[in-house]
Design a protein around this ligand. Structure first.
Ligand code: ZN
Length: 261
């Protein structure tokens, strides 16, 4: 009786955590996707501005050279024989040169200001993206990430449980890497087989079913901490991956993984 009540309560708690986790992850993820796209767009616009400036400058320089040549190759006052006409021609060409040079200065002023503004926006976004907890795919290779956080697992030999992560399918032996700087620690269990956790500044990740361990202890993002396998309760090689922000309950990492894997 007591056992059953406990289980019902556990499911209710998991349910509400699940909903909260999904909401948090979904909004965080869509902003990650938006930021990644925006950074890409900003980069494209900066390159476009530079290219447009190059082209317009080229045209302006051609016009300036043409006007200078007209001025220098113009017949002399004696040849023209009309001083007023001669002066008028020179005046027009000099004014034209001044206009073209002003246009060139304006082109530099506006494009430089615009490019500077876009670069500042890109830098701000890049800083934000760099601050994200899961910056790189935990499995280094061609992977398939299952959107299966929260599904109920009923498998022979293990208690019924709510799936606390995403399964990242990859061939046995594919390197599993630290998604951030931290401390990698190995452990093992009946369910997870060979497991490795990485504890970082923002929380920890948990990888299960490894075929072998890699570097343990102090690790940098990207260090190989193990290899994909199917130890423990697994029917195919994959990395069972969990993300525990602030070392608390697992949240759905799917949208983060979708952005970086
Ligand atoms: Zn799993």
């Amino acid at each position: 009786m007591r056992g059953r009540k406990g289980r019902v309560a556990a499911i209710a708690v998991t349910g509400s955590l699940l909903v909260a986790g999904l909401v948090v992850a979904a909004s965080a993820e869509s902003s990650v996707q938006v930021a990644l796209h925006k950074r890409h767009d900003l980069q494209k616009r900066i390159v476009e501005i530079q290219e447009t400036r190059r082209q317009r400058r080229h045209v302006l320089h051609k016009r300036i050279r043409f006007t200078q040549a007209r001025l220098h190759n113009a017949p002399s006052a004696a040849e023209v024989g009309n001083l007023a006409k001669y002066r008028q021609f020179r005046k027009e060409q000099i004014e034209r040169l001044a206009e073209l040079r002003a246009e060139e200065r304006e082109l530099f002023r506006t494009t430089r200001a615009k490019a500077r503004e876009l670069r500042a926006q890109r830098k701000q976004l890049a800083n934000w993206i760099d601050s994200l907890p899961l910056k790189r795919c935990p499995v280094a290779g061609s992977v398939a990430v299952a959107d299966n956080f929260g599904v109920i697992r009923e498998m022979p030999g293990t208690p019924r449980h709510v799936h606390q992560g995403n399964d990242i399918t990859a061939p046995t032996g594919t390197p599993i890497v630290a998604p951030f700087d931290g401390n990698a620690a190995a452990s093992s269990s009946h369910l997870g087989g060979m497991q490795v956790k990485v504890f970082g500044a923002g929380g920890y990740v948990y990888n299960a079913h490894l075929s072998a361990y890699g570097k343990l202890g102090a690790v940098k993002a990207g260090d190989v901490i193990g290899y994909v396998g199917m130890t423990g309760n697994a029917t195919a090689p994959h990395d069972h991956f969990e993300w525990h922000p602030g070392d608390g309950a697992a949240v759905d990492p799917f949208l983060f993984l979708a952005a970086v894997c």
